[in-house]
Design a protein around this ligand. Structure first.
Ligand code: PHE
Length: 364
């Protein structure tokens, strides 16, 4: 390389050759890094042109102007070539990056498993929907309930066997008279005490009984309670409502029947049965073809119901001469067993996701 103190060659051909070499080196550079090298070599402080520029001072004064102009043009040409190539290389690199980093949004992704509502929850929603779509409201009440609301307000007297410790779970201290509600019926009393008439509510929720844990009993289960209080309500309205619920749950053609029963808070009272959907009654009196589902009875018990006892209306401050109503309550677990062939109630509480998955989408 020619040093500043050497006699520099400042001829036009040499200068043109420097420019040509610089332009060729820029054109050959394919990347920003290569172009940087080319820039240092051909346009940097130690490039041939820079050294030539510094050599001007050693020229005879009359030669300086011409050579200065020549070198000035040459350096400008090199700078232009560099800038143009920088732009090209920059664009090419950007384009290459855009290609390399492109994300194909249509590629299938690995989906994380999405949770689903538990079948009990799904069924509660489905049953509630049957009523809300008729304009009924969903009401709620506490699971730790006052003994008076769970029993007395519902005409279940102090000596009623259901109050005993064998069935009812009391919350300590006993003197506080709090029980884990044994049915959803205390919500009837709460609603009548709180709401304006007429009343059309359903109350789904957990209930507690000191029961064994086996295929058909769990100590914590779910009921849905219905209550209607209005003028001129009769047993016929109850029957129609239950039939509508049964059809919504089990499909067209399901048969229900009311079998006389006793509940202290309804009068008359009945249990509502469903025609056995396995044997359709064929097992009755037919020992050759017994039915496990209905135990050859032809019917299976679904829930309790009745016309609200006027004593309950009075206890809740409602004029029993003007208003009447009906109530019903049934087990959600039982409904799930019948509706979805879930034979063992323990599956509903053990939390094995395969059970939930087997009933996935059952609610829609
Ligand atoms: N509460 C009753 C039970 O748990 C069911 C029922 C509700 C009966 C409403 C009549 C009216 O067995």
């Amino acid at each position: 390389m020619t040093g500043p103190t050497d006699q520099a060659d400042l001829s036009q051909q040499t200068i043109d050759a420097h420019v040509a070499a610089a332009t060729a080196a820029f054109a050959a550079a394919q990347t920003t890094a290569e172009l940087k090298q080319a820039r240092l070599a051909h346009a940097g402080d130690r490039s041939a042109l820079a050294l030539a520029y510094r050599a001007i001072g050693g020229l005879a004064p009359e030669a300086r102007k011409e050579v200065g102009q020549l070198l000035g043009k040459a350096r400008a040409a090199v700078a232009d070539a560099l800038a143009a190539r920088e732009a090209e290389v920059g664009e090419a690199e950007l384009a290459a990056r855009l290609v390399a980093e492109r994300i194909d949004v249509t590629l299938p992704v690995e989906l994380a498993p999405v949770g689903a509502a538990h079948p009990i929850t799904a069924l509660i929603e489905l049953m509630s929907d049957v009523f809300t779509s008729m304009g009924w409201e969903v009401a709620e009440g506490p699971e730790a309930e006052g003994e008076w609301l769970n029993f007395d307000a519902l005409n279940i007297g102090p000596d009623h066997p259901a109050r005993g410790t064998s069935d009812t779970l009391f919350v300590e201290p006993i003197a506080d008279h709090i029980v884990l509600r044994t049915h959803t019926s205390p919500v009837q009393a709460r609603t009548m005490l709180d709401r304006e008439l007429p009343i059309y509510i359903v109350c789904p929720g957990k209930v507690y009984r000191a029961d064994e844990f086996d295929a058909t009993h769990v100590p914590v289960f779910h009921q849905i309670e219905g209550l209607c209080i209005d003028k001129g309500i009769s047993l016929a309205n109850l029957k129609g409502t239950l039939d509508h619920l049964a059809t919504s749950m089990f499909g067209e053609g399901v048969e229900t029947r009311m079998r006389p029963h006793y509940f202290p808070f309804t009068e008359p009272s009945a249990e509502v049965d469903l025609k056995c959907f396995v044997c359709h009654g064929a097992s009755v009196g037919n020992p050759d073809a017994p039915c496990r589902t209905c135990k050859s009875q032809g019917w299976i018990e679904w829930g309790g119901c009745g016309v609200v006892n006027p004593r309950v209306l009075i206890a809740c401050g409602i004029d029993a001469d003007v208003y009447s109503g009906f109530a019903f309550g049934m087990g959600i677990e039982r409904t799930l067993m019948f509706r979805n062939n879930a034979a063992d109630m323990r599956d509903m509480v053990e939390g094995d996701v395969r059970f939930s998955r087997s009933l996935k989408g059952m609610a829609r």
